[in-house]
Ligand binder design. Structure first.
Ligand code: PMP
Length: 409
C-alpha cells in the first residue's frame, strides 16, 4: 500500500471547501460571494431562457440519441465557437488556419492545450516555461504543473491602485526568455476583474512579437463581461489579426450557464503562411490523438444546447439579450456596492469596484477581514478578498456593504 510519505493527505480545494462551509452555515443572513457562478436577484442559479428553449428543441428532436460524438466533438459547435471568438469573416477561418476541438469545458481546454505544448513545444527558439499572471485562476498552476511544464509569473495586480500593474507586467514579459508561453485572460481576468485597455493590448502585441512569445488565451467570460460578445473577444481578435500563432481555451460555463454540462472548446490558430493549412491539419491530427487517450470524445448534451443556439439567428439574438441581463445585473451590483460603501464613508477608495469588470472583484480586503466577515457576518469569499459579484443582489448588498464597513474600520 502507499505510505503517507508517498501519498500524503492533500488539502481540500479552497474554493470547493468554501462552498461546503457556506452550505453548512444555518444563518438566514448568509451570503455566498465565493464560487464564480451567476445568481439572479433571488440568489438562485439562473437557467438562461434561451437554454430552456434549446433544451425543448433537443427534447423534441426525434433524431436525438446518446451515441458518441466524434473525437473532436460536435462540428456544428466547434465551427461556430471559432467564429464567435475570431469573428465570422476572419481570414484565419477562410484560410483554414484554425483547428478546433470540443473539450471538457474551459478546464479541459486549458489542459488539452497544456498537454499539446508539453508534447510539441520543443521547437528551436521556444522556451517551455509558461508565464501566468500573479495572481491567476489557481487551477492554471496545477494544470501546467501536472503536464510537467515549468511555471513562472508576471506581475499583474497593483495593490495600491487595485488596477493593472502594466509596467511590471511589461518588464517581466520583456525579461522572459524569447519564445516563452504567455497565458493571457482574454477578458474579465479571474480573480482581479482587471483587464488591459485596448491601447495596452496593442503594446503587448508589439512586445510579444519582438520577444517571439507564444500567446495562450484563456477565455471563460466572453459576452458575460461587457454584455457584448465582440468586445469581449477584442484582445484575441487583435492577436490573430496581427498574425500570431496562438491557442485559445474557451469555456461556455458562464456565458451559457452550462456549468455542470462541461461545454467548451480548444482552438489552435496558425500564422498566415503558404503551408498554414497543412500545418493546421497536422496539429488537428495530434490533438485528436491526445483527446482520444484522455477522454476519447467529449460530452454531448451541453454541446448540443450551445450548438442549437449558435446556429439559429433568432436564438442567437435571444442569447445576446440573456447575456446583457447577466452582465447588466452585475454591473448594477458593482455600482450599488460602491455607492453604499461611499455613502457609509468606509475608509479607503472604492472606485475599483466599478472599474473592474466581469464576475469578480478584487476588493483589497485582507485575510483577517475576510475571515471576520465569514465568522461574524456569514459572508463567504475567498481569502484573497475576491468577491463573486453575482452573489450580490438588491436584498443583501446593503448588508454586505455595512459588514465590509465594520471590518475595515
Ligand atoms: N479559466 C478561468 C480563468 C476561469 O475563471 C474558469 C472558470 N472558473 C475556467 C477557466 C474554466 O472553467 P470551466 O472548466 O468550468 O469552464
Amino acid at each position: 500500500s502507499f505510505p503517507a510519505e508517498v501519498v500524503p493527505q492533500a488539502p481540500e480545494d479552497p474554493l470547493f471547501g468554501l462552498m461546503r462551509a457556506y452550505k453548512a452555515d444555518e444563518s438566514p443572513n448568509k451570503v455566498d460571494l465565493g464560487i464564480g457562478a451567476y445568481r439572479d436577484d433571488n440568489a438562485k442559479p439562473w437557467v438562461l431562457p434561451v437554454v430552456k428553449k434549446a433544451d425543448e428543441i433537443l427534447r423534441n428532436d426525434p433524431e436525438a440519441n446518446h451515441e458518441y460524438l466524434p473525437i473532436a466533438g460536435l462540428a456544428s459547435l466547434t465551427s461556430k465557437a471559432a467564429e464567435l471568438l475570431l469573428g465570422t469573416s476572419a481570414p484565419a477561418l477562410a484560410e483554414k488556419r484554425t483547428a478546433s476541438v470540443q473539450t471538457i469545458s474551459g478546464t479541459g481546454a486549458v489542459h488539452l492545450g497544456a498537454l499539446f505544448l508539453a508534447k510539441f513545444y520543443k521547437i528551436q527558439g521556444a522556451n517551455r516555461t509558461v508565464y501566468v499572471s500573479n495572481p491567476t485562476w489557481a487551477n492554471h498552476h496545477q494544470i501546467f504543473t501536472n503536464v510537467g511544464l515549468p511555471i513562472a509569473t508576471y506581475p499583474y495586480f497593483n495593490k495600491e491602485t487595485k488596477g493593472l500593474d502594466f509596467e511590471g507586467m511589461k518588464a517581466a514579459l520583456a525579461a522572459a526568455p524569447d519564445g516563452s508561453v504567455i497565458l493571457l485572460h482574454a477578458c474579465a481576468h479571474n480573480p482581479t476583474g482587471v483587464d488591459p485597455t485596448p491601447e495596452q493590448w496593442r503594446e503587448l502585441v508589439s512586445l510579444m512579437r519582438a520577444k517571439k512569445h507564444f500567446p495562450f488565451f484563456d477565455t471563460a467570460y466572453q459576452g458575460f463581461a461587457s454584455g457584448d460578445l465582440d468586445r469581449d473577444a477584442g484582445a484575441i481578435r487583435l492577436f490573430v489579426e496581427e498574425g500570431f500563432e496562438l491557442v485559445i481555451a474557451q469555456s461556455f460555463a458562464k456565458n451559457f450557464g452550462l456549468y455542470g454540462e462541461r461545454a467548451g472548446c480548444f482552438h489552435y490558430v496558425a500564422s498566415p503562411s503558404a503551408d498554414a493549412a497543412e500545418l493546421t491539419t497536422r496539429v488537428a491530427s495530434q490533438l485528436a490523438i491526445l483527446q482520444r487517450s484522455e477522454i476519447s470524445n467529449p460530452p454531448i448534451y451541453g454541446a448540443r444546447i450551445a450548438s442549437i443556439v449558435l446556429n439559429d439567428s433568432a436564438l442567437f439574438a435571444e442569447w445576446q439579450e440573456n447575456l446583457r441581463t447577466m452582465s447588466g445585473r452585475i454591473i448594477d451590483m458593482r455600482k450599488q456596492l460602491r455607492g453604499k460603501l461611499e455613502e457609509l464613508g468606509t475608509p479607503g477608495t472604492w472606485n475599483h469596484i466599478t472599474d473592474q469588470i466581469g464576475m469578480f472583484s478584487f476588493t483589497g480586503l485582507n485575510e483577517t477581514q475576510v475571515l471576520k466577515l465569514r465568522t461574524d457576518y456569514h459572508i463567504y469569499m475567498t481569502k484573497n478578498g475576491r468577491v463573486s459579484m453575482a452573489g450580490l443582489n438588491t436584498r443583501n448588498v446593503g448588508y454586505v456593504a455595512a459588514a465590509i464597513d465594520k471590518v475595515v474600520r
